[in-house]
Design a protein around this ligand. Structure first.
Ligand SMILES: OC[C@@H]1[C@@H](O)[C@H](O)[C@@H](O)c2[nH]c(CCc3ccccc3)c[n+]21
Length: 453
């Protein structure tokens, strides 16, 4: 059981803390038709008129595919000791399964060696939303065959990289993949099939569980985890009704994933709320899904304040906009939500370790002037959330690392290039990267292992 770290002075982090930045393949790589890469659902979706802001696509993005060596230099300037990135499944298996594309594996092989040579530990996300279109054409995540295809993909990648990559994240945010991809249709593949939502969640969790033993077999002594977007739910008022609404939102966003992963089954109260939507499945699936993990990856940006609603079945929950600062995404800045989330996870699920795999903020940054980008609100966002994380460590949460989202401005999914999250500013005309004040500040925090003014 993790012990309180009262030895840590305020603002100081453990000496062995993992400090990183994070990105994802489709958001930064570009080169979408290079070296045998297959089509992904995000290629198809972003090229579909009306789906993304301004019709933006990831065709070029930050051209990281050709600029990866310079981008490693950007990381070195930040003094980070880790870098979280995702592998594009369509580069490895252009049809999603079967035929392997060697140049795709070679790219990540070079990237991993470059990171290691720079003293930066690679943390690899196997799936960050870019499903091969060929698998979507065969049903996509509603089809349980996709779960098996994911395990095969994990086998190909970890056989090649498993000797040097020792930190693996199977999936990034199954809730987003399922709810935005198959319920609301805001994300690829853009399907609006409410009845597909829970089967997709189940098949994603099954894909995760099938991949864990494969990764452990091919990458000995590695740390394996999953990344969830967890939304701490607060009742907007102090009525029993609002308390119950917050519990239902917590069940929908958080416990529907945490329970099968850490406690052996889906939450009973939510099975009753979801009713006939809950898919039938073999009980043996739960044993696969519940494969022990070395860490839980947490993406935190903002909490939710909710009240009871007579409408919005079956959750009967309504989000409430509270006073406060909001980012360019319209997300409330609320660092206490990170502290409350971390302490709750430690109390209710006691994962072996927790890693913040994403935290950051979008603000409408101005282009560089004399080589500088002043982003004081982003500095304040990071400072206040790192303070919350440090308080959680002091109070005994086994928080082992933190990855700032993101290394550089990039393709922000349906928002295209209109939202900037980077520690580096990207000029999309020239693709020049310029460090922002937040990047300069973060590099000092990492170098000193503590918060700095
Ligand atoms: O929106 C910023 C980042 C994305 O760029 C990452 O790819 C993705 O992992 C990620 N997740 C979240 C929080 C969950 C969320 C995602 C998309 C839309 C709404 C909420 C924020 N972000």
């Amino acid at each position: 059981m993790s012990q309180p770290r009262t030895d840590l002075a305020p603002g100081r982090f453990p000496a062995d803390f993992t400090w990183g930045t994070a990105t994802a393949a489709y958001q930064i790589e570009g080169a979408v038709r290079e070296d045998g890469r297959g089509v992904s659902i995000w290629d198809r979706f972003s090229h579909t008129p009306g789906k993304t802001h301004n019709g933006d696509t990831g065709d070029v993005a930050c051209d990281h595919y050709h600029r990866w060596q310079g981008d490693i230099e950007l990381m070195r300037r930040l003094h980070v000791n880790a870098y979280r990135f995702s592998i594009a499944w369509p580069r490895i298996l252009p049809e999603g399964w079967g035929r392997v594309n060697p140049p795709g594996l070679d790219f990540y092989d070079r990237l991993v060696d470059g990171l290691l040579a720079a003293g930066i530990t690679p943390w690899v996300t196997l799936y960050h939303w870019d499903l091969p279109q060929a698998l979507e054409d065969r049903g996509g995540w509603p089809n349980p065959d996709t779960s098996k295809a994911f395990a095969e993909y994990a086998d190909v990648v970890t056989r090649r990289l498993g000797d040097r990559v020792k930190h693996w994240i199977t999936l990034n945010e199954p809730w987003v993949v399922a709810f935005l991809g198959y319920f609301t249709g805001e994300h690829a593949p853009g399907r609006k099939e409410p009845e597909s939502y829970l089967p997709v969640v189940h098949n994603l969790l099954l894909a995760h569980g099938l991949a864990v033993p494969v990764i452990r077999e091919n990458s000995r002594d590695s740390q394996v985890g999953i990344t969830l977007n967890l939304t701490h739910a607060y009742p907007a008022g102090d009525s029993a009704e609002d308390e119950a609404a917050a519990k239902r939102l917590d069940g929908f966003m958080n416990r529907w994933f945490l329970d099968p992963l850490f406690t052996g089954g889906y939450p009973r109260d939510m099975i009753d709320v979801f009713g006939s939507w809950v898919p039938s499945f073999d009980e043996s699936d739960l044993g696969v899904i519940g494969a022990p993990l070395d860490f839980l990856g947490v993406n935190y940006y903002s909490p939710s304040f909710v009240q009871h609603s007579e409408g919005n079945p079956p959750l009967h929950v309504e989000q409430v906009r509270v006073d406060g600062e909001y980012t360019d995404m319209g997300w409330l800045v609320y660092p206490q939500g990170l502290y409350d989330l971390l302490t709750r996870l430690h109390r209710d699920y006691s994962p072996a370790a927790i890693v913040i795999t994403e935290n950051g903020a979008a603000y409408p940054d101005e282009p560089p002037v004399e080589g500088r980008v002043h982003d004081p609100k982003r500095v304040e966002y990071y400072a206040s959330h790192l303070d919350a994380a440090q308080r959680a460590i002091r109070d005994g949460v086994p928080l082992r690392g933190y990855f700032a989202w993101s290394l550089m401005d990039n393709f922000e999914w349906a928002f295209g290039y209109s939202k900037r999250f980077g520690l580096y500013y990207v000029d999309y005309e020239t693709l020049e990267r310029t460090i922002k004040d937040s990047g300069l500040w973060y590099s000092r925090v990492v170098a000193e292992g503590q918060l700095v003014p």
